[in-house]
Write a protein that binds this ligand. Structure first.
Ligand SMILES: [Zn+2]
Length: 345
């Protein structure tokens, strides 16, 4: 059954901070309850995000250089072939889906989320986020109508440079593919294995168990269960929203998007309170007609930051990149207690 496996280890050092007395410093090892992969919680409280003011990059000379800013987007960004999207771009409110000039796949697009070159988290509105997600979904569904054999629709977001976002102007990544990436593939496979072995949907069981225990259960917004991940992928943790009973992108209707957006806006208030101004986000959906019963639609949000602003030290090192071992400096249970009040206001 679903298990939250963890154990502790201690490093003994003669600590200069306490006059070289013997100190025992805790490291916690955890296993992801679905994949069984390891991660650890260490360096508790030693690092924190520092506020970065991107508004200094929001001047007319910066807008002129930006391909996504009004006036440039029509002439500097690629259009889709007419047989796919006759208008060249998909538009929804202020959001616009364009073809990616540096594609990751056969169908690789970007949602330019609005005309604003810099959009701080505290200024994002529900309409801004909703238009972007809906425009992205329209692109996914348009491609899938023509390419039914492509099972995976990926909506991802690298917000601001610490996350790998190459342009300040907010944009989301859209990829329709049969190669969804290692984690996506593993999550689909293990969700199927879990149901075969235990006769239950892992994700529904996860929501039930987390709500019951309360330790990592942030709260419920509409149909979404917001949780801190037991074995987080990010140095500043990982937040998930799981939608039980929904599995494919066709289940992402207006009601689900409204709930998702509402939850994200609560989460962004928490991020702002912690000076977190960058994150990676990805949406995981089951391929239509395959594994729907094994799987629940979910998103993962992973805060990103520079370890220090003097040297721009990234928050990923050989631990995550070469050894593929995530480690977090925040305790998911404590982080849940910190986030929960933002979901009640
Ligand atoms: Zn711009």
């Amino acid at each position: 059954m679903l298990e939250f496996a963890k154990r502790k280890g201690y490093a003994k050092i003669l600590d200069p901070r306490i006059d070289f007395a013997l100190n025992s410093i805790e490291v916690e090892y955890r296993r992801d309850p679905l994949t069984g992969e390891s991660g650890r919680i260490a360096h508790m409280g030693i690092v924190a995000a520092q506020k970065i003011d991107y508004s200094v990059w929001d001047k007319p000379e910066h807008h002129e250089m930006c391909p996504f800013c009004p006036g440039n987007i029509e002439r500097s960004t690629p259009r889709f072939p007419a047989e796919l999207i006759p208008e060249g771009h998909i538009k929804k409110g202020g959001a616009r889906v364009i073809a990616n000039i540096a594609p990751y796949d056969r169908y690789s697009a970007l949602t330019v989320m609005g005309p604003e070159h810099v959009m701080p988290l505290e200024k994002m509105s529900a309409a801004y986020l909703k238009d972007a997600f809906e425009a992205g979904l329209e692109f996914c569904r348009t491609v899938l109508e023509k390419e039914r054999e492509l099972p995976y629709s990926i909506i991802a977001w690298n917000y601001m440079p610490p996350s790998g976002g190459g342009l300040l102007h907010p944009h989301q990544q859209l990829i329709i593919t049969d190669e969804p990436g290692n984690l996506y593939r593993k999550v689909m496979r293990e969700s199927k294995n879990y149901r075969q072995k235990w006769g239950e949907n892992f994700w529904e069981e996860l929501c039930r168990r987390e709500e019951e225990a309360g330790e990592r259960f942030i709260g419920r917004i509409e149909e979404g269960y917001w949780l801190t991940a037991f074995c987080p992928q990010g140095v500043l943790g990982e937040i998930m929203a799981v939608f039980p009973g929904r599995s494919t992108i066709y289940d992402l209707d207006e009601k689900i998007i409204d709930g998702l957006v509402k939850g994200l806006l609560c989460l962004f208030k928490y991020f702002d309170s912690k000076n977190i101004c960058s994150f990676n986000l990805a949406l995981f959906a089951a391929p239509a007609g395959e594994g729907e019963k094994d799987f629940s639609l979910h998103i993962r949000v992973i805060p990103r930051f520079y370890m220090n602003l003097l040297l721009y030290t990234p928050d990923m090192s050989s631990m995550q990149v070469a050894l593929q071992e995530p480690f977090s400096v925040v305790n998911p249970e404590e982080q849940c207690r910190e986030i929960a009040p933002f979901f009640k206001s």
